[in-house]
Design a protein around this ligand. Structure first.
Ligand code: ATP
Length: 642
């Protein structure tokens, strides 16, 4: 059936265990959630459009019901009743027939045009609401979700709203009304049997359709689930194309995708076969009904009780009902699917953000920006503690460095300071205010971070730097870029600040991305600064250049530096050595060296490596040294680990 081909372009429900599946009871709830968009939340113009659309719906319905009656009149007028009677062209009836048909079509079209704005406004409102809500959800939610699946769920939900509004109101309701009115007319004009045969045929058709559609639903779900699986695999694989190439795993990725596609193939074939079964069943019912009604009318004509016009009228009514009924089966399937999609969408809006502002939470008042961690313990999961009883203080305007092995929990400290998660025990304060007692918005406005992995928006360098303070004057953007030692590079490129950085900033080198991130944070001018390995991707010359600028900025800010290269934190007021989530040493650079503990050992190892590097650089020149270092495993990455 062509309708099914059309349906493949229409929204399909995301089928996965995380989504609730369709149930009749929820239908009503989902449909009810659309009502505010039709009336309650609308202004005068949109309400007037709704009223106009309903009036046109009634007009089209009346015209549609009247058309066969006029048709019958014309047929009767043209049927010779006796050999000697001259026929007169029933011009009024013919013109009336044409006008009625035109009225029916024109009213439907004008109704759709009038209603388009109501539908599109509803879609826009829901889309924006969901989008805002998703941004309000906490980090854990986003880390647990697959973005591809989420955006498909939103897209389908939007299409679902559009479809349901259009078809529920202007296809299902008018069709049901038309069936009732036509059966009534048949009863009044002829007898109970005409009306009841028509009614029984149509009811059987409807129930058969609903029953088979229910049965088919799991084939369709299976098909959609497999479709989603194949899609998510494709997106994940393409996003990681660099890794795929590094490992030469193109063949492996192709096979994985083909496996997913073969499951989709099986499910799609089952779906199509069951659809054909449904269509054949529908055809049997409708043909049976047509045969019954037409033989009853034919018998009436033969016996002289009915005219040829009556025969035509009955047939026209049935064909007229049959056409939208055929459509009804398709619409039912699609509306049902749309309702499931909408339910997923509305469920998304029901997800409570894990981190919420306390009722009546005020803004953070920054006096100097003193940060304090007091006996903080935290784990992402209850069964694996990451931070254990961590306490430290960064007095206003001071610089504290956190060093330690990979996975010790250093970046976790910055995530907690931003309140992406709440601590399990202890508390974090800024100028004496618990971060849980102030609004997240004010907390994040006061805090800036240059993260370990910089991800940029797929836009221009200018957009990405200006993101730190949307609407900032050009001079400030340039000043921030100069501070981050990226200005000269930017102006040396053909498009300058208008250079596009590619998806996730992949068209820039790691060091360039990092400097864009530094510039963006400098532009934000937060009271508290966090540098999480902010210069790890830079060569030592650029790093020194930036370090000087950063130290200057840090002088008037409270600064938390997370670093692997200890040479970058020697000037810190306090250095904290974190190991396995516990503070194992703390003090100034000099104090820690004197102590001769873990920090001193780390320092010695790094100095040794750096000296070896310097000697090699002198002896062999830059390029050779890099090769040599690499062959000894002394890359920057490995230096971090020492
Ligand atoms: P590195 O120097 O390598 O960046 P780090 O000290 O900054 O390490 P964190 O990023 O704080 O380490 O991570 C500490 C531990 O918490 C790691 O073992 C990591 O696997 C785990 N972890 C980090 N994020 C999550 C998360 N969202 N869910 C569960 N575990 C996590």
């Amino acid at each position: 059936m062509t309708a099914e081909h059309a349906s493949s372009r229409l929204p399909q429900p995301p089928e996965s265990s995380e989504y609730k599946t369709f149930s009749g009871r929820l239908d009503i709830r989902v449909m009810r959630s659309l009502v505010p968009f039709l009336w309650r939340d609308n202004g005068f113009e949109l309400r007037a459009r709704v009223v106009g659309a309903v009036a046109l719906l009634i007009l089209a319905l009346l015209a549609n019901v009247y058309v066969p009656l006029v048709y019958k009149g014309a047929v009767d007028a043209l049927t010779p009743k006796g050999a000697d009677i001259l026929l007169v062209l029933p011009i009024a009836l013919i013109v009336g027939y044409g006008l009625l048909r035109f009225t029916a079509t024109a009213s439907s079209e004008i109704r759709d045009a009038l209603f388009a704005k109501v539908t599109q406004r509803a879609v826009r409102r829901v889309a924006t609401r969901v989008f805002r809500h998703l941004h309000n959800l906490s980090l854990r939610y986003h880390l647990d979700r697959q973005t591809g699946g989420l955006s498909r769920a939103i897209e389908r939900g939007m299409k679902g709203i559009e479809f349901t509004l259009a078809f529920m109101l202007f296809s299902i309701i008018p069709t049901i009304l038309e069936i009732i009115v036509v059966c009534g007319i048949l009863w009044v004009l002829y007898d109970f049997w005409f009306a009841s045969v028509t009614f029984v045929t149509i009811s059987t058709y409807i129930f058969f359709t609903l029953w088979v559609t229910e049965w088919r639903l799991h084939f369709r779900r299976e098909m959609n689930a497999r479709d989603q699986e194949a899609n998510t695999r494709a997106i994940d694989s393409l996003l990681n194309f660099e890794t795929v190439k590094y490992f030469g795993n193109e063949g492996h990725e192709g096979n994985r995708y083909d496996n997913a596609m073969s499951r989709y193939e099986t499910a799609a074939v089952r779906n199509k076969t069951s659809l054909s079964l449904l269509n054949v069943g529908q055809a049997v019912i409708i043909s049976g009904g047509l045969i019954a009604v037409m033989s009853m009318a034919g018998r009436g004509v033969v016996s002289g009780a009915l005219t040829v016009g009556d025969f035509v009228l009955v047939m026209t009514y049935l064909i007229q009902l049959y056409t939208p009924l055929d459509f009804l089966g398709y619409v039912y399937r699609e509306v049902k699917q749309s309702l499931t999609d909408m339910e997923v969408l509305f469920n998304l809006m029901q997800v409570e953000p894990e981190i919420q502002d306390r009722p009546g939470a005020g803004d953070l008042n920054i006096a100097g920006g003193e940060v304090a961690f007091e006996n903080v313990s935290f784990g992402y999961n209850a069964d694996r503690p990451i931070l254990k009883d961590v306490s430290f203080r960064v007095p206003a305007g001071h610089k504290v460095a956190i060093v330690g092995p990979s996975g010790a929990g250093k970046s976790t400290i910055s995530r907690l300071l931003f309140r992406f998660y709440d601590v399990d025990a202890g508390r974090i304060t800024i100028d004496g205010q618990d971060v849980r007692d102030v609004t997240q918005d004010s907390l994040r406005r006061a805090t800036g971070i240059v993260p370990q992995d910089t991800v940029l928006f797929n836009d221009t360098i200018h957009y990405n730097i200006a993101y730190g303070c949307p609407g900032a004057p050009e001079a400030d953007i340039e000043a921030a870029s100069k501070l981050a030692a990226i200005h000269d590079f930017i102006v040396s490129t053909p498009q300058g600040y208008g250079t596009r950085v590619g998806e996730r900033g992949l068209k820039l080198s790691g060091g360039e991305k990092q400097r864009v991130a530094i510039a963006r944070t400098m532009l934000k001018k937060p009271a508290i600064l966090i540098f999480d390995e902010a210069t790890s991707a830079l060569d030592s010359h650029t790093e020194k250049e930036i370090q000087a600028a950063l130290s200057q900025v840090a002088r008037d800010h409270t600064t938390l530096v997370i670093a692997h290269r200890l040479s970058t934190v020697v000037d810190a007021d306090e250095i904290i050595v974190l190991e396995d989530g516990r503070i194992v040493e703390r003090g100034t650079h000099g104090g820690l060296l004197e102590k001769g503990g873990q920090y001193a050992a780390m320092w010695a190892r790094q100095q040794e490596a750096a000296q070896l590097r310097d000697t090699l650089v002198q002896d062999l020149g830059d390029a050779l040294a890099t090769q040599e270092l690499a062959s000894e495993g002394l890359t920057d990455e490995n230096l971090k680990k020492i």
